[in-house]
Write a protein that binds this ligand. Structure first.
Ligand SMILES: *Cc1c(COP(=O)(O)O)cnc(C)c1O
Length: 361
């Protein structure tokens, strides 16, 4: 059972007109709702002081350990408005369980999963008017946890805080789904053996930003990272997992290596493919198999998946000395039909046979 929440309504919520203006063109991650959740933790009281209160700046001691040693983890999930006005989230317990695994790796306290799900419900209930409707819009939820003990000694912090903020999100692809170009990073990896690659932590993203700049400079939207040890096997993009579709209709995706983040979209795509009877194999994939396969026609579609963008077709894979694929090709058929199926489930247009949806409001 979740710990109890106290709600302290904001004294300065946005007006209806201001909110409507934000929702008319939300983009991604630029507007925030009127409220947020915070829960405190320390070794004595454990989790306590759960509140929904006005969105606003945090007060942190400059010695707070998160600022020095990067003890931070986060989650990302969405609330979807269905045609009847009800609001649902997709597999939130899976996010709660993953936050616990991330917490373990970063030596942070584990938030009980029911308190995690309740924190989402409390915030979405309070800010329900911020959940957009129509198209592929949603309310993006960003739970996160930081170590906030004022202590410069290097050890697991004895004080931490968990927060949830929410941000309306428009369709990721405006004006239709378009294949993205991906940059193969040979000089940098995002995670190594025994490192934090499987945890959802800010540090992994910090490590991905320099190669991300390299990708942008080469006209690519995202980076494909290889395994840290041999620099040979496909791991994932900076924030999305990848799938390759072969000419014979079978699908392959990198097996979880300990340094790959276990995406909930990835898990769901694997299940949807199995439901269709598609052969889906999780295994090590040499990046050369991708490059040669696209060139020879053995690989006919590639796509990336994650909560923010759902499923993105990949048009081009590019590196310092090669470029395969076609930026102008239409998105693949399987890619688009799995994408449609996933969105149909999330928006309540298709039966939720796996019980993936949780009603919030
Ligand atoms: C969050 C994330 C993903 C995608 O996970 P979803 O649960 O599908 O959103 C993939 N890779 C990395 C590195 C991530 O941080």
């Amino acid at each position: 059972m979740s710990i109890p929440f106290q709600t302290l309504p904001s004294a300065h919520p946005k007006s209806d007109a201001e909110r409507t203006a934000c929702l008319a063109n939300p983009g991604f991650g630029q507007f925030f709702t009127d409220h947020m959740v915070s829960i405190d933790w320390d070794t004595e009281q454990q989790w306590h002081n759960a509140q929904v209160h006005a969105y606003g700046p945090l007060t942190l001691d400059p010695a707070a350990s998160v600022l020095h040693y990067g003890q931070e983890i986060f989650e990302g999930l969405k609330a979807f408005r269905h045609a009847d006005g009800s609001i649902w989230s997709f597999r939130p317990e899976a996010n709660g369980e993953r936050l616990q695994r991330s917490a373990r790796r970063l030596a942070l306290p584990e938030l009980p999963v029911d308190t995690f799900v309740e924190s989402i419900r409390q915030l979405v209930k309070t800010d329900a008017a911020w959940v957009p409707s129509g198209g592929e819009s949603s309310l993006y939820l960003r739970p996160f946890m930081i170590a906030n003990e004022a202590f410069l000694g290097v050890r697991a912090a004895q004080k931490a805080a968990y927060y949830v903020i929410a941000s309306p999100a428009g369709a990721y692809f405006k004006g239709g789904v378009k294949p993205v170009s991906i940059w193969l990073s040979r000089d940098y990896s995002r995670a190594g053996r025994g490192g934090t690659g499987a945890a959802k932590c800010g540090g992994n993203y910090a490590a991905s930003l320099l190669p991300q700049k390299e990708a942008s400079a080469n006209g690519c939207a995202q980076v494909l990272f290889l395994d840290g040890e041999q620099g040979k096997y496909i791991e994932e993009l900076g924030g999305m997992n990848v799938f390759l579709v072969k000419r014979d209709g079978s699908v392959i995706t990198p097996e979880l290596s300990g340094s790959i983040l276990e995406g909930i979209t990835r898990l769901s795509v694997i299940q949807l493919l199995r439901d269709r009877g598609v052969s889906i194999t999780e295994r090590r994939i040499d990046v050369q198999e991708w490059i040669d396969g696209v060139a020879s026609g053995d690989i006919v579609e590639t796509f990336a998946c994650g909560t923010a963008a759902s499923i993105s077709p990949i048009g081009v894979l590019k590196g310092k000395d090669f470029c395969v694929g076609n930026a102008d090709a239409a998105p693949g058929e399987l890619t688009m039909s799995i994408r449609a199926e996933l969105l149909d489930i999330q928006y309540g247009r298709k039966p939720d046979v796996h019980g993936w949806l949780t009603r919030l409001v």
